[in-house]
Write a protein that binds this ligand. Structure first.
Ligand code: ADP
Length: 168
């Protein structure tokens, strides 16, 4: 397994699977979610709506992951995962780690060889960058996965630096 970090826009990545930091509605949002739906086009939202009608009537629970088409993105799949909202009073780190584990499990089930992750929960959901990065890197390192190429694609300098430190 190779882990690398890149600075940039995850929607520009050419990988088998692009991970989306979705919200549990699966019906779109801001941040990386909005960027993925804009760049990937309406086919992604259509499959998300199907998922809401079928398996996820109440939405996708926090810490879980599910795949759809990647639409016009240069990837085979988008894997949607729902990060926890940061809480200073409650340790939700296990749920954040679960996002990475479950996304890799979905990627394995699809036969994906390469995956790009954003910094789940490190935007609107308020997770401090250093902690979000440490949890992400530890979760991916501990995962038993056949995905050979794992990339973290970080959108801003602060989060990029945090991942650089976490990787060591
Ligand atoms: P969350 O609600 O899980 O916090 P956000 O989308 O608000 O999700 O933020 C998660 C991270 O994704 C943040 O670090 C944000 O800067 C980053 N981000 C936003 N747009 C993009 C993009 N196009 N590519 C990669 N990362 C992005």
């Amino acid at each position: 397994m190779g882990i690398e970090i890149l600075k940039g826009d995850i929607t520009k990545q050419h990988v088998d699977a692009i991970v989306n930091a979705a919200n549990s509605s699966l019906l779109g949002g801001g941040g990386v979610d909005g960027a993925i739906h804009r760049a990937g086009g309406p086919a992604i939202l259509a499959e998300c709506q199907d998922l809401r009608r079928s398996h996820y009537g109440k939405g996708l629970p926090t810490g879980q992951a599910v795949a759809t088409t990647a639409g016009r993105l240069d990837a085979h799949w988008v894997i949607h995962t729902v990060g926890p909202v940061y809480s200073p009073g409650e340790d939700r780190g296990e749920l954040l780690a679960s996002c990475y584990r479950e996304s890799l499990a979905v990627a394995d089930s699809l036969g994906a060889d390469s995956i790009a992750f954003p910094a789940v929960s490190a935007g609107v959901y308020g997770w401090p960058a250093a902690s979000a990065a440490a949890i992400a890197v530890a979760a991916v390192r501990a995962a038993e996965t056949n995905v050979a190429d794992i990339r973290f694609v970080l959108f801003n300098d602060e989060v990029y630096t945090a991942f650089e430190r976490a990787l060591g």
